[in-house]
Design a protein around this ligand. Structure first.
Ligand code: HMG
Ligand code: MG
Length: 310
C-alpha cells in the first residue's frame, strides 16, 4: 500500500503549507560535510517532489555552523538551476551581517531565530535574552524596508535542556516581542521535542488570546520523544496551516543538547493525505529523495514512512 486510505476528519483545514527545513535544520547538524553540489541537488529534488517552501541554508557565522559555511556558493548554484515550483525560499540570518550576506544573493525571505529562554539565547546567539531583540530589530527593519518577508522562530517553547520547564507566559512574551519587530510569520519551536498536545493547545490559545492572528503562526516540532505528529494534529485543529518538517526526519540543533531530527516530512504527508488535506507533494518522489540523501550522509532516514515505503 503506497498511500493511505482517505478518510477526512472534522475541524481541519483543507490545505496545509509544508515548510521544508531539511536543507537547513537537517544539514546544520550532520557531522559529515555535505558537498555544495549535493545540497543543490537535494533542494532541486525536494522542489521537484512538490515542496514549494524550502528553507535553503543559514547566513550565520561560519565558525558557529561550519556545515552551512557554503551558503553563498549554494545560492549561486541554485540561481542557475530551474526551480519552477519553489514559491518561498527563506534563509536564516541572525544579525545585520547575515542579512547583508543574504541580500547580496538576492533572497526574498529571511528568518531570524530567537529564544524564549536566557540559557539558549546565550548558547545559540552569544547574546542575553533581552540583547537578542536588540540584535534582531535592525535586521527586521532593514529586511522589511527591502520588501522581504521575515519569519521569526521562537525556540524552547515547550522546555529547555538547561532551565527545564518554560512558563507559557514567558514564551508568549518572547513571541510578542518578535512579532512586534515587524515579522510576518512566527514559528513555535519545540527545539528538543518534549512538547505534548495539551501544552500546544495552551500555548497557541495563550498567543491568540493576546491578539496574535492564528494565520501568522507555524509549528516546528522536533520528534525526540515521538510527539511531533500528535502535536501537529493538535495545531491543525487550532487553525494553524503552516507546518515545518524535514525530509527523512533529518536534523537537530548543534547548540541544543538532546535535539534530534524534525518531524519527518513523509510522516506528515502520509497523515495529511490520509485526512484528505492537500499538500501538493508527490510522496514517492519525496521518499526516493530521502533515501538518496541518506546514502549521501551514510545514515538511514529517521522517518517511519520512508522505512515502510523504501
Ligand atoms: P558573535 O561571536 O557574538 O559575533 O556570534 P559578533 O557579533 O561578536 O561578531 C564577531 C565576528 O563575526 C565579526 O567579525 C563579525 O563580522 C562576524 P570580525 O569583525 O571579528 O572580523 N560575524 C559574521 N560573519 C558571517 N556571518 C554572520 C556574522 N555575524 C558576525 N552572520 C552570532 C553571534 C549570532 C553570529 C553567532 O552566535 C551565530 O552565528 N549563531 C548561529 C547559531 C546557529 O546557527 N544555530 C542553529 C540555528 S537555530 C535552530 O536550529 C533552532 C530552530 O530550528 C528552531 C527550533 O528548533 O527551535 C531555528
Ligand atoms: Mg529546529
Amino acid at each position: 500500500m503506497r498511500s493511505p486510505q482517505v478518510e477526512p476528519a472534522a475541524a481541519l483545514p483543507t490545505s496545509v503549507t509544508i515548510y521544508e527545513v531539511g536543507p537547513r535544520d537537517g544539514l546544520q547538524n550532520e557531522s559529515a560535510v555535505v558537498p555544495v553540489e549535493v545540497k543543490a541537488e537535494f533542494i532541486t529534488r525536494l522542489v521537484t517532489a512538490g515542496l514549494s517552501t524550502v528553507e535553503l541554508t543559514s547566513f550565520v557565522h561560519p565558525r558557529w555552523v561550519p556545515q552551512l559555511a557554503d551558503a553563498a556558493e549554494l545560492l549561486d548554484r541554485l540561481a542557475a538551476t530551474d526551480l519552477t515550483g519553489l514559491r518561498r525560499a527563506p534563509v536564516l540570518v541572525p544579525n545585520e551581517r547575515g542579512l547583508e550576506r543574504a541580500l547580496d544573493k538576492g533572497v526574498t525571505e529571511v528568518a531570524i531565530f530567537g529564544s524564549a529562554t536566557e540559557s539558549f539565547a546565550r548558547r545559540n546567539l552569544n547574546r542575553g535574552y533581552d540583547e537578542q531583540f536588540a540584535m534582531f530589530a535592525p535586521v527586521v527593519a532593514r529586511a522589511r524596508e527591502a520588501g522581504l518577508a521575515v519569519r521569526a522562530y521562537v525556540s524552547m517553547c515547550y522546555g529547555d535542556p538547561w532551565e527545564g520547564d518554560v512558563p507559557v507566559d514567558q514564551v508568549v512574551e518572547a513571541a510578542r516581542r518578535l512579532l512586534d519587530l515587524g515579522c510576518t510569520e512566527l514559528s513555535l519551536g519545540d527545539t528538543i521535542g518534549v512538547g505534548t498536545p495539551g501544552h500546544v493547545e495552551r500555548l497557541v490559545e495563550s498567543l491568540t488570546a493576546t491578539g496574535v492572528d492564528v494565520d501568522v503562526l507555524a509549528v516546528h516540532f522536533h520528534d525526540t520523544y515521538g510527539q511531533a505528529l500528535s502535536n501537529t494534529l493538535t495545531a491543525l485543529r487550532l487553525g494553524i496551516t503552516t507546518v515545518d518538517s524535514s525530509a527523512g526526519g533529518l536534523g537537530g540543533c548543534p547548540y541544543a543538547e538532546s535535539a534530534t531530527g524534525n518531524l519527518a516530512t513523509e510522516d506528515l504527508v502520509w497523515q495529511l493525505h490520509g485526512l484528505g488535506i492537500e499538500t501538493g507533494v508527490d510522496l514517492e518522489a519525496l521518499v526516493s529523495t530521502s533515501v538518496w540523501m541518506a546514502e549521501q550522509i551514510g545514515k538511514p532516514p529517521a522517518s517511519r514512512v520512508v522505512a515502510a515505503l523504501a
